[in-house]
Design a protein around this ligand. Structure first.
Ligand SMILES: [Zn+2]
Length: 270
């Protein structure tokens, strides 16, 4: 499958390199909202959607606390649908959207593709609907979510020893990596050779996939603040490190917010 990466918006929290590892000083860091566009036999498939046109038109779709702390750039030019058009592709060809989870910085572009079938882990859809507590109401925004989604919880085939959920189109697997949110999954995509795993927010920085690697301190603090379950989150990060150590040559792992996307022949920019 042809796999292209795009950043559907950015977040610019203050803290510079304490956040992203390389922005000098303590001014605005630059965090990506990385998505994938797949050329699948069923049509185009989007993995996550970042921020969309409706977020730019109405920033109140995002909780005030996150507008102030994360400082998202809500620019229609960065919306996935704008970038897909700019690449000469018809957005109506996007037939499926597969979600790692439903946080506001991943689900904002869903409203731009109302004709597409949205695939989501069932546990995540339930948690987003329950709106249980202040953090839940701030991270999961009903304004961003479609009325119906394909909610998956039936087990699929194991993938490099990890369980998966069945349901997304052929060649695409939901790989549960909970802890950031209750239903958080990675999305594994079969490439021409090997696989790409969009690991969502299971870790924020690619350095965390190395045995001794750590994210910058503000990224680590944010990961802890946003976690739904710390033990699950650490177990998911450990699974990713083990996957990379054992199968790093066969699987390219990328995460949403690291401003540096991995250099891999399996990936190109949109
Ligand atoms: Zn995120």
């Amino acid at each position: 499958m042809d796999i292209r990466a795009l950043d559907a918006g950015f977040m610019r929290p203050y803290g510079g390199r304490l956040w992203d590892g390389d922005t000098p000083g303590l001014g605005p860091a630059r965090l990506a909202c990385r998505c994938l566009l797949l050329d699948h036999p069923d049509g185009l498939v989007l993995v996550d959607t970042g921020f969309g046109l409706a977020d730019a038109a109405d920033p109140s779709r995002i909780a005030l606390a996150f507008r102030l702390s994360d400082r998202p750039t809500l620019d229609p030019a960065f919306a996935a649908i704008t970038q897909i058009r700019a690449a000469g592709l018809d957005p109506q060809r996007v037939r499926h959207v597969v979600m790692t989870h439903l946080d506001f910085d991943h689900a904002g572009g869903l409203s731009d593709f109302p004709w597409a079938q949205v695939h989501v882990p069932a546990t995540e859809a339930r948690a987003a609907r329950a709106q249980d507590g202040v953090k839940a109401r701030q991270r999961w925004r009903p304004q961003q979510l479609p009325a119906t989604m394909a909610e998956h919880d039936a087990p699929g085939p194991d993938w490099f020893g990890l369980p998966t959920l069945a349901g997304p189109p052929e060649g695409i697997l939901l790989v549960p990596l909970p802890g950031h949110t209750p239903g958080h999954c990675g999305v594994a995509v079969r490439a021409a050779e090997g696989w790409v795993l969009h690991a969502g927010d299971a870790v924020f920085m690619h350095a965390e996939l190395e045995a001794e690697g750590r994210a910058p301190p503000l990224a680590l603090a944010y990961e802890a603040m946003m976690q739904s379950d710390g033990a699950q989150r650490h177990a998911s990060a450990r699974r990713l490190r083990e996957l990379k150590a054992a199968h790093g040559a066969e699987v390219t792992i990328l995460c949403t917010h690291d401003p540096r996307r991995p250099d891999s022949p399996r990936l190109r920019d949109l």
